[in-house]
Every structure is written in C-alpha cells, then in structure tokens.
Write a protein that binds this ligand. Structure first.
Ligand SMILES: Cc1cc2nc3c(=O)[nH]c(=O)nc-3n(C[C@H](O)[C@H](O)[C@H](O)COP(=O)(O)O)c2cc1C
Length: 143
C-alpha cells in the first residue's frame, strides 16, 4: 500500500457558514476514520488549509470530492508526496481556527504582512501545519 500526504488551500464561499463548517467537520471525522485517513484542517474566515494523509487511492478519491464541494473555491494543490509516516496520526481531522493560532506562528510564515496561504511553498505549508498541530496540542487533545 502506498501512503501519501496531500496539502491544499482554498477560499471559503458564502455557502460555508458556521453550521456548514460543523457539518464538514462531523462528516470528515466519521468518513476519514472509516477510510484510514488522518489530517488537519486550518480555517480562517477567508480560507482553508488542509492536509490529508492515508492510502493513496482513498486520499485521491476524497480530494476529487473535496474539489467539487461548493462550500469552497479556488482549490490549489500545494503538496502531494508519498510518505512513510503520518504527521497527524492521532487525528481523523484535527481542526484549528486561525483565531487560535499565535501571532508568532503567523509571523514566521507571513512576515509582517497579512498571512497568505496561497504564497506558501509545499515545504512551508507542511511545516506550518505540523507546527500548528504541535503548538496547539493542548487545544487539539481530545478531538
Ligand atoms: C474545506 C473542506 C474540507 C473537507 N474535508 C473533508 C474530509 O477530510 N473528509 C471528508 O470525508 N469530507 C470532507 N469534506 C466534505 C466533502 O467535500 C464531501 O462533502 C463529503 O466527503 C461527502 O461525504 P458523504 O459522501 O459521506 O456525504 C470537506 C469539505 C470542505 C469544504
């Protein structure tokens, strides 16, 4: 079995209100568990940054579905690679709201200007999400 990690960024659409977001999380957690997919979803009022990791076929199939989801648009693939280990093994889908991220974390990746996830390189995007998961460990624990 080939295991892959995929990272993409997208912009939320008007269809994605708080209730829709809760639905996404709920369905993600139950679907992903069944498909052996783990990952993290970072959300801000404007964008999503998500990492999916798991069996190649399952991740590819889910990504096709996610790309067609009207709750977001401008989906851009930032990173796709085969991996030996998971970085988010403990979470069927960890969830971090940008409001909970420390300003220092943003500064590391966005300089002094506004944080723009579309400007991240593949390596930066993965590092950013890994750093988030590590920093927000307490927050994410139990999810
Ligand atoms: C930003 C975003 C992230 C999503 N992440 C996942 C995910 O990790 N897993 C998942 O099953 N669905 C995810 N979805 C929802 C899918 O696009 C799709 O609606 C869902 O997989 C359909 O599930 P169902 O066939 O069980 O109804 C996401 C949607 C959005 C907008």
């Amino acid at each position: 079995m080939h295991m892959v990690r995929l990272v993409y960024v997208s912009r939320m659409t008007e269809e994605c209100d708080t209730e829709a977001l809760q639905k996404v999380l709920k369905i993600s957690r139950s679907n992903n568990k069944a498909k052996d997919i783990t990952g993290i979803l970072c959300y801000d009022p404007a964008f999503f940054l998500q990492c999916l990791e798991g069996p190649r076929e399952a991740v590819n199939q889910l990504y096709s579905e996610i790309q067609r989801d009207p709750r977001h648009k401008d989906v851009v693939l930032l990173d796709y690679c085969e991996v030996a280990d998971r970085k988010f093994a403990d979470w069927s889908m960890a969830f971090v709201a940008a409001g909970d991220i420390s300003p220092q974390t943003f500064e590391t990746y966005g300089g002094k200007g506004k944080f723009d996830p579309y400007a991240l390189s593949a390596a930066e995007a993965s590092r950013f999400l890994v750093q988030l998961a590590a920093k927000e460990q307490t927050l994410l624990a139990g999810q």
